[in-house]
Design a protein around this ligand. Structure first.
Ligand code: SF4
Ligand code: SF4
Length: 82
């Protein structure tokens, strides 16, 4: 389940231009949307399917600033074990 998006890390992110944040684009469950200022936020948390079977937390992986947290650090340590 997606946990949080650290807005402070988005503030200086060059990808925060309108429509460019990759975590919004890559969530195929449409969990994440942009607010009026262009910051991504979790709108439909319950739709998160953890998507690890195919993409391994696409939103978390695709943020270059580690602003998105989906899993615990413990489970991330096993990210390459299927
Ligand atoms: S979630 Fe990541 S990629 Fe998207 S605006 Fe924030 S820091 Fe940038
Ligand atoms: S873990 Fe997958 S399904 Fe859940 S919010 Fe992130 S990209 Fe969407």
């Amino acid at each position: 389940m997606i946990k949080s998006i650290d807005k402070t890390k988005c503030q200086a992110c060059p990808l925060r231009a309108p429509g460019r944040c990759p975590v919004v684009e890559d969530c195929f469950q449409d969990v994440i949307r942009l607010d009026r200022e262009g910051y991504p936020y979790i709108k439909y948390r319950r739709n998160c399917c953890n998507c690890h079977a195919l993409y391994w937390f696409a939103c978390q992986q695709d943020c270059p600033s580690q602003a998105v947290e989906v899993s615990t650090r413990a489970s991330l340590s096993n990210r390459h074990v299927f």
